[in-house]
Design a protein around this ligand. Structure first.
Ligand code: SF4
Length: 199
């Protein structure tokens, strides 16, 4: 996979695996029992099914999808920034070695680049695109419509399937972060899975 070599050239350790089980095993190898694990909003991480195994090892899971009130959701988003390990996916991975992410709140893209000393991004092959233009197109016209329908944002991408650069209160695209090289203080690793995973 070309993306793997390009990410490695950019200082981002990258593994390619065939199955979800292999991806899960790599995560479990890297996490120590009892660590605090932040999780970005991620269908991919949910699909992996790794969270119950982390909990069984005594890890504290900081996942705002589990918050029971707006206050708790916000506190979990903030806590992710000081986790020991942060798990998420990337909205797009370019074959020339860039990780492209768009976020509405910013906790997910923030934690990816500074805060948790260890970050693992798990990305299905459906996230791999040729270049930055294709990545931004994917983010707005492939990922956002699906996320918008899931979150019931009412944004045009969710309704019509195409981005209109909206000003909706439900806009999911407030911040765009393009990781071009490994952030200097973060041990950032990518696991590419030869499967369709997440949006
Ligand atoms: S800017 Fe608005 S319409 Fe475009 S992808 Fe983001 S939320 Fe959807």
């Amino acid at each position: 996979m070309r993306a793997r070599a390009a990410l490695e050239e950019h200082g981002i350790r990258t593994q390619v695996v065939d199955t979800l089980e292999e991806a899960k095993a790599l995560i479990l190898e890297r996490v120590q029992p009892g660590q605090r694990i932040g999780i970005g909003g991620s269908q991919t991480i949910e699909q992996l099914g790794v969270v119950p195994e982390l909990e069984s090892r005594g890890c504290q899971i900081l996942w705002h999808w589990r918050g029971r009130s707006p206050e708790e959701v916000l506190a979990l988003r903030r806590a992710q920034l000081t986790a020991d390990v942060f798990l998420a996916s990337s909205n797009a991975v370019t074959e020339d070695g860039r990780l492209v992410n768009v976020d509405g709140v910013g906790n997910r893209v923030g934690a990816m680049v500074f805060g948790p000393p260890k970050v693992i991004l798990v990305c299905g092959q459906n996230k791999v695109v040729p270049d930055l233009a294709a990545a931004l197109d994917r983010v707005h016209n492939v990922a956002a419509p699906q996320n918008g329908r899931r979150l019931k944002t009412g944004t045009q991408c969710a309704v019509a399937g195409r981005c209109t650069d909206c000003d909706s209160p439900g806009r999911m695209c407030s911040v765009t972060v393009i990781i071009e090289r490994r952030p200097q203080k973060t041990d950032l690793e990518v696991i590419l899975v030869r499967k369709e995973l997440g949006y």
